[in-house]
Design a protein. Structure first.
Lengths: 111, 113
């Protein structure tokens, strides 16, 4: 079983749609959680950290369920520019500052 | 945040060649740097943790004699892919993590013919 699992997609949605991505992690000692965005042939860029209470940044909402070891990302009012691969990333304190990446979920927003 | 550079940004080489990739921390003294690689359509996988002034720590399955890491100063780590083969073609990314926040280099795309 992979440490961090995501549905690879692709998710093909029209502009303006709401789309949700899910992610599960296996290490119960995981402490920090993130969503990164990666465009084709580029390095990942931090989209947002994920907090236990849930957090929102504009059109993006992240949720964490520690009991189920589950993280989600909701994108509202999708834009063409949201097309990218979204990586669920976990940092375990017992692994130093090493990040464990999910395989990514590809989103394609179409006009 | 911290700025990380990598050089070269891309390289094409013949099979059997050794390739050196540099990772520089431009505004932060990094005692630790991380090297990841990403094969097409796959996620980033940690290869090794580079430690300034000491040996690197390699992840399981990564050959330390093939992927030589040198972290001779607080601002520079190098990864040398020795005797590269086509299966080593990948996107190599380094990161630093001051204060538990990760900063990524722009990556180096290696293509071995």
């Amino acid at each position: 079983r992979k440490e961090v699992e995501q549905d690879p997609g692709p998710f093909n949605v029209p502009e303006g749609a709401t789309v949700a991505f899910n992610c599960t992690y296996s290490n119960s000692a995981s402490q920090s959680f993130f969503w990164y965005r990666q465009d084709c042939r580029k390095e990942p860029k931090l989209l947002m950290s994920v907090y236990s209470s849930g957090n929102e940044d504009g059109r993006f909402t992240a949720q964490l369920n520690r009991a189920s070891q589950y993280i989600s990302l909701l994108i509202r009012d999708s834009k063409l520019s949201d097309s990218a691969t979204y990586l669920c990333v976990v940092n375990s304190r017992n692994a130093g500052n090493m990040l464990t990446f999910g395989g990514g979920t590809r989103l394609m927003v179409k006009p | 945040g911290a700025v990380v550079s990598q050089h070269p940004s891309w390289v094409i080489c013949k099979s059997g060649t050794s390739v050196k990739i540099e990772c520089r921390s431009l505004d932060f003294q990094a005692t630790t740097m991380f090297w990841y690689r990403q094969f097409p359509k796959q996620s980033l996988m940690l290869m090794a943790t580079s430690n300034e002034g000491s040996k690197a720590t390699y992840e399981q399955g990564v050959e330390k004699d093939k992927f030589l890491i040198n972290h001779a100063s607080l601002t520079l780590s190098t990864l040398t892919v020795t005797s590269a083969h086509p299966e080593d073609s990948s996107f190599y990314i380094c990161t630093i993590a001051p204060n538990n926040e990760q900063f990524f280099g722009p990556g180096t795309r290696l293509t071995v013919l």
